[in-house]
Ligand binder design. Structure first.
Ligand SMILES: CC(C)(COP(=O)(O)OP(=O)(O)OC[C@H]1O[C@@H](n2cnc3c(N)ncnc32)[C@H](O)[C@@H]1OP(=O)(O)O)[C@@H](O)C(=O)NCCC(=O)NCCS
Length: 147
């Protein structure tokens, strides 16, 4: 069992560390520090012992929002945790009168794109050569969902 709740991490390093072992394209700790200082909502996925095993960071503007990042700890990936976390976040935003949601994702990030499609997102744009990649650059897929 696991639980999702909004929380304010005491130390942004907690988020950076979790992401660093989950993906090679992680944010710098300063990006987390700035986002939390700006008051962007953070939702955590916690295991039974209360340990953080995933999180989603959201930027909210009026009745729209953007998923800035969503991460599940490496050892918990591929077990439906990302789906559970995103479904809970979508429910919270819907209850809070959010109507449209946006995100961007690397073209090569198959797990994330499948997760988003399963949660009702569809592609609404493409930013060519947006992200630095191991060999050159790769496109960003822009996605949106109605709540
Ligand atoms: C993207 C991420 C949050 C998904 O969380 P997860 O718990 O691993 O995903 P789930 O187990 O809930 O599965 C969601 C979908 O992804 C698919 N998936 C999960 N792991 C996969 C893998 N390694 N390869 C291919 N598809 C995969 C699942 O099959 C499922 O799709 P389906 O419903 O069509 O079968 C997680 O993989 C992660 O933290 N990745 C690193 C950070 C990242 O890339 N974040 C997204 C930034 S835009």
């Amino acid at each position: 069992m696991s639980a999702v709740r909004r929380f304010q991490p005491d130390d942004p390093q907690l988020l950076a560390d979790l992401e660093q072992q989950a993906t090679q394209h992680g944010w710098r700790v300063g990006q987390y520090r700035d986002s939390l200082a700006a008051g962007y909502p953070c939702y955590g996925l916690f295991d039974d012992a209360g340990a953080l095993i995933g999180f989603a960071l959201i930027m909210r503007v009026l009745d729209e929002a953007e998923i800035l990042n969503i991460v599940i700890a490496k050892e918990h990936q591929g077990q439906g945790r990302g789906f559970a976390l995103l479904q809970a976040v979508l429910g919270e935003l819907r209850d809070d009168c959010c109507r449209r949601l946006f995100l961007e994702v690397r073209e090569s990030n198959t797990p994330a794109r499948r997760l988003y499609q399963r949660c009702g997102f569809h592609q609404c744009g493409l930013r060519k050569n947006y992200y630095p990649a191991a060999h050159g650059r790769e496109h960003a897929i822009l996605m949106e969902a109605s709540l």
